[in-house]
Design a protein around this ligand. Sequence first.
Ligand code: ADP
Ligand code: MG
Length: 449
Amino acid sequence: MQFSDFGLDNSLMNTVAHLGFSEPTQIQQQAIPAAMAGHDLIASSKTGSGKTLAFIIPALQRLSKNRALSKRDPRVVILTPTRELAKQVFSQLRLFTSNTQFKAVLILGGENFNDQVKVLEKDPHFIVATPGRLADHLTQGHFYLNGLELLILDEADRMLDLGFSKELGQINKAADHRKRQTLLFSATLDHAQVNEFATELLRKPKRIAIEAGHTEHVDIAKRFYLADNLTQKEALLHHFLATEKSQQIIIFTATRSDTDRLAKLLTDTDLNAVALSGELNQGQRNQIMDSFAKGKHKILVTTDLASRGLDLINVSHVINFDMPKHTEEFVHRIGRTGRAGTKGDAISLVGPNDWLSFKNVEAFLQQKIIFTKVEGIKVKFKGLKPKKSKVVKAKSNTVKSKRPADTRPRKVIKKTFLDIEDAGAMKIIKRKKPLTPQQIESDTKKEQD
Ligand code: ADP
Ligand code: MG
């Protein structure tokens, strides 16, 4: 199949050809015609498989072919969970709009609010945004969504995880008319919360799923290593950095403070590493991402802030220095390598603190994971045994205690490891309730948006 088979508008087709794309990827083959036919979509495919163009192309096609519902309102809104991803989607979109009459703008948290008001006053056709800041502008009446034709949520599940459901609900309500089309994209769209949300947002959606979620990503070679403690993780890291044949590397840590500590440790040993975390201001974040994308640094140390969507073609290795707290983030983190048909390596370090997350990842991937060893690094840790919660019954022949029975209300016993192990047996780990922003530990919504 070729892009020319879609019957795209001439100038759009020219841009596709000019950018050097001839054959649509699988997700594009299915999502583009379905979106062009006007369907709402819940579309998932593996990381690096071209989802961005799968929504940009039908959006542009719709704008070229249909008359606007309103002269002033934006016609397409694209939302992403992080500023970095929004910037990337925006730059892809700009490749398509720069020679057209369509105006596209980027509205991000952490940037000057009044400048954004001025930009919105120019009645752009496309808005790419992070949801928090866009909802603020909506509340203050800086733009309206009555004429919105397409609402696109990239990495939709992550936006819900980050507690953006209120903002998404508000944006949805402001654009509540029959002609609106809604497209949801991610590599992981199978947790319960997404389905609940989809019922609210989408109308008779078509589901397209291609090698998504827990399916093996054949271009990414995964290896797992046990470690007793932090010192051993650092020794393993140094070993990999010395022995792996690599281009650029992204190292994921659990917390923001770890990113700085680890980046310093690496620069102290003359490795070219930088840390990206939400504590930095937007200018610093932009500068770090730009210079890493340009290849000025070998190693980027970051949190899940950079786990989603970033398309950095020279990343040959992803190292999970700590395992991710949210299981799906594993798929997204490792998906920063092995993109668009290239090969990549994903190395994960598993210490006692990572064990629960590791078991959840193992269950999510639906495979039994075998650990690799490094010669010369002796690891004692072999994993945690599931604890059996014992029900202790008083034996009839035991001597009765003289102490009166304790009738005080019992504290709720914390979930034992066994509960989570059992959960691992499920095909898909479902969250009982949406996470509230407060529940999101170190990397809060503020960091992301
Ligand atoms: P995803 O969102 O699925 O993770 P992206 O949209 O970021 O993937 O695309 C990954 C890479 O694949 C990008 O560098 C993009 O330019 C490239 N790409 C997209 N579509 C095609 C195509 N049809 N042919 C070749 N490369 C493509
Ligand atoms: Mg993407």
